[in-house]
Design a protein around this ligand. Structure first.
Ligand code: SF4
Length: 247
């Protein structure tokens, strides 16, 4: 199995399980190239990543049994499957089931949506939509988005609980593109929540950080199409205790 890092958040009884797979996209702002550890472990992850050169990929991986051992004796209400692309690990469904069986956890998986996995034991999916305009999507991720958008429709139509997420990148993925994403989601179901994350610089990318005002301006456009928009801005502070690194 490709789990290389596990973090536990005592305040939320939540575990973050990080997978390292060969991602199907090559997003130009992918943070996993510069930081393989959970952002929650840093007091200021934005400052830390801004100065980092590309990191070595992780080399030590855990079996599903070892992940359960690490969590033994803790209350685990929620588990987040994240990293590069958890859906690409053939053992992910087995781990999700084991966590359901042992902890009755609420399992959430982040995905880029290009390849759907067996999600029988995933309770909620956070589905990233990078861009709607085909040329922009190709320029940013290296791949076409037709299958991703089709998979979004398919998954939402299957009754799986789903939330959408995107990143506002000033000078690249602008507010008008975020509105197109919201418009697309509304053709599936306007009650699906869209979270807009603020980009922050990493590596030698040319784009500046997205301000809270820019994120709010994109949210205003997106709200024309969807009932609920949430925003993740760079001025937000950690809530709860500092997470614990279990592996
Ligand atoms: S989908 Fe996520 S993990 Fe994959 S390249 Fe893009 S940002 Fe990185």
């Amino acid at each position: 199995m490709k789990v290389y890092h596990v973090v536990y958040e005592p305040s939320f009884k939540s575990a973050d399980i990080h997978f390292w797979t060969k991602c199907t996209l090559a997003c130009r702002s992918c943070y996993t190239r510069y930081e393989t550890l959970d952002f929650g472990l840093f007091d200021d992850p934005i400052e830390s990543i801004a100065r980092k050169p590309p990191q070595k990929p992780p080399g030590n991986f855990l079996t599903p049994g070892k992940v359960l051992d690490l969590l033994k004796g803790r209350e685990v209400d929620r588990v987040i499957f994240m990293g590069t692309e958890a859906a690409l690990d053939p053992d992910m469904p087995k781990l999700a089931k084991a966590l359901h069986d042992k902890f009755h956890s609420y399992n959430v998986m982040l995905t880029n949506g290009l390849k759907l996995a067996d999600m029988s034991d995933i309770d909620e999916v956070i589905f990233s939509i990078k861009a709607i305009s085909p040329d922009l999507h190709r320029a940013y991720t290296g791949k076409d988005n037709a299958v991703i958008l089709e998979n979004f429709r398919k998954l939402a139509g299957s009754g799986k609980k789903i939330q959408a997420e995107t990143v506002l990148i000033p000078g690249l993925i602008e507010a008008t593109e975020i509105e197109k994403i919201a418009e697309f989601i509304s053709t599936v179901d306007r009650s699906i929540t869209l979270r807009i994350d603020a980009y922050f610089p990493a590596g030698d990318n040319p784009w500046p950080a997205a301000s809270a005002a820019e994120v709010e301006a994109a949210a205003v456009l997106a709200r024309k199409h969807l009932n609920k928009i949430s925003c993740l801005t760079l001025d937000m502070k950690r809530t709860g205790e500092k997470p614990l690194r279990l592996f």
